[in-house]
Design a protein around this ligand. Structure first.
Ligand SMILES: *Cc1c(COP(=O)(O)O)cnc(C)c1O
Length: 385
């Protein structure tokens, strides 16, 4: 490891002795996959979200793929989504030969601009992938209105948003419970982790049944190990991961408020020390963010190259940070295959050039947060736009 001035990672999972014991117990049991920990984890998530089915899989990406297949999307279909996301939320559509169609984002909450959905609908449009970016939920009440009007299926990519809430009338509901199906993901940088992993949640019996089958090589309930009813995959999640996940879910009530506290400390520090930096938006009255990352925007006179220079500088000091997100439509193969180019989605591109994630996890200390803010402040002073 190279010697750096600081050691402040971008993210860090919160693992206690309870998680360690739960995983060790599975290893001692001898049943490492398709054992009792799988239904236990799925029930814990379904109960938490207040939904009928949860189907655990080995990544958020594989879960999104199964949702796309379960909904029957196929070549020629178009799916409306955001370019300001992790690549998997658009790739999952391409896996089945369908085409992602990007609309621009809202400059305040960074989620796709719901008012642009209708303008992007063609006779080929079959679905919407709504991404709750950075844990800030999309107003799904509005999205579902548009989707119902045009008979579109809806997948919620809630991979960054476990615990985020959306007000529906007078009732608060979990992000992920509005569409036909949704995904939570558990890579180690997420709010809670299973190492690698994801989970499909749905109230739809048929979607759940298909996903259970497809994650396990297309086997159907009651069929033998070498009998396959349909095309399937090995997207299974091990019992070690499920045991880890079950303990993590039980700790969400402790983990999410801690993350919100760390975010509030950053917000206070930036407001005092660096008011020119744009901070994550506060929650509107009908949405509650689940803090996933802390993303700041440099003042608008700065360029993308300067933002990249700041990232390089901070990393050199041992402060984890990243461009977040790098717009999907500008990824080389999207430009090549679909003809997207710079200029197509101005707000997305602006954020792609100005935004960056900084160290954020629930055990991040105030001292380290002060270091992060003061090093950014120092760099901005020394590098005027
Ligand atoms: C993390 C994440 C996923 C899933 O990622 P995996 O690494 O496959 O678990 C999907 N969409 C978004 C927006 C994500 O942040």
């Amino acid at each position: 490891m190279s010697e750096t001035k600081y050691h402040i990672p971008l993210s860090s999972p919160d693992i206690t002795e309870r998680e360690i014991e739960a995983v060790v117990e599975v290893m001692k049991s001898g049943t490492l996959s398709l054992g009792p920990k799988l239904p236990e984890f799925e029930k814990a998530i379904a109960d938490y979200a207040g939904i009928k089915h949860a189907v655990a899989v080995n990544s958020g990406t594989s879960g999104l793929h199964l949702c796309v297949r379960a909904l029957g999307l196929k070549p020629g279909d178009e799916v409306i989504t955001t370019s300001f996301s992790f690549i998997a939320s658009a790739n999952c559509v391409i896996f089945e030969g369908a085409k992602p169609v990007f609309i621009d984002i809202d400059p305040v909450d960074m989620n796709f601009n719901i008012d642009q959905i209708e303008g992007a609908i063609t006779e080929k449009t079959k679905a919407i992938v709504a991404v709750h970016a950075f844990g800030m939920p999309v107003d799904m009440v509005k999205v579902m209105e548009v989707a119902r009007k045009h008979n579109l299926a809806v997948i919620e990519d809630a991979c960054e948003a476990i615990g985020a809430m959306i007000k529906d009338g007078n009732e608060w509901k979990m992000a992920g419970t509005f569409g036909d199906c949704a995904l939570y993901a558990f890579y180690p940088n997420k709010q809670i982790t299973t190492g690698e992993g994801g989970i499909i949640i749905t109230d739809d019996d048929e979607i759940a049944r298909l996903c259970v089958s497809m994650r396990n090589q297309g086997r159907d309930a009651g069929m033998g190990w070498l009998a396959h009813a349909r095309l399937g995959y090995n997207y299974r999640l091990s019992d070690m991961s499920c045991a880890l996940g079950t303990v993590q879910v039980s700790r969400l009530g402790e983990i999410l408020p801690k993350r919100a506290e760390v975010a509030a400390r950053y917000t206070k520090l930036f407001k005092e020390e660096l008011p020119e930096v744009v901070l994550p938006c506060p929650d509107p009255e009908n949405l509650k963010r689940s803090w996933f990352v802390y993303v700041i925007q440099l003042p608008k006179q700065y360029t993308g190259d300067q933002r990249n220079a700041l990232i390089t500088h901070l990393r050199g000091l041992g402060i984890g940070c990243n461009q977040y997100f790098s717009p999907i439509h500008l990824q080389p193969f999207y430009q090549r295959e679909y003809g997207w180019k710079r200029g197509d989605l101005p707000v997305t591109e602006y954020m792609g050039d100005h935004s960056m994630s900084i160290p954020f996890f629930n055990k991040l200390s105030l001292e380290d947060q002060k270091i992060v803010v003061s090093e950014i402040k120092k760099w901005l002073k020394e590098n005027p736009a």
